[in-house]
Write a protein that binds this ligand. Sequence first.
Ligand code: IDP
Ligand code: MG
Length: 135
Amino acid sequence: MERTLAIIKPDAVQRQLVGVIISEIEKNDFHIAAITTQRLTAAQAASFYDKYRATPFYDSLVATMSSGQLFVLLLEKADAIQAWRRLMGPTDPERAEPGSLRRRFAIDLQQNSVHGADSPETAEKEINFFFGERG
Ligand code: IDP
Ligand code: MG
């Protein structure tokens, strides 16, 4: 079993897509080991996306990620990190497969509805960020 960190972003929570996204997670045989809701402050969102500090989209990314409630999930499955990224689809929803979550639900490149850790190292770091000792 591998674990990963998934987030249902504010754009999806605001459009009441939490249920359908969690339903897809369950259909795809992930085990939801933990789930929490959180509203990030701008400073917390800035810290979470720190590696993008130099990019032109950093300020708006921080603003959108701190604009509303997040649903944060700790998912378990064999090959969970890649399996969740496949289910999400690529960052740009226009390049995503028809059945993927981002193709179905993303508003645009930035408000792309879901987040997933991209490596075992970031998964552990992000699980610690949101779940601390509970993760
Ligand atoms: P990922 O979420 O698919 O891992 P990353 O490259 O890690 O994609 O980027 C983190 C997030 O930053 C994306 O999910 C998206 O919300 C936002 N983002 C990435 N690239 C752009 C861009 O070129 N313009 C606006 N927002 C972007
Ligand atoms: Mg990423």
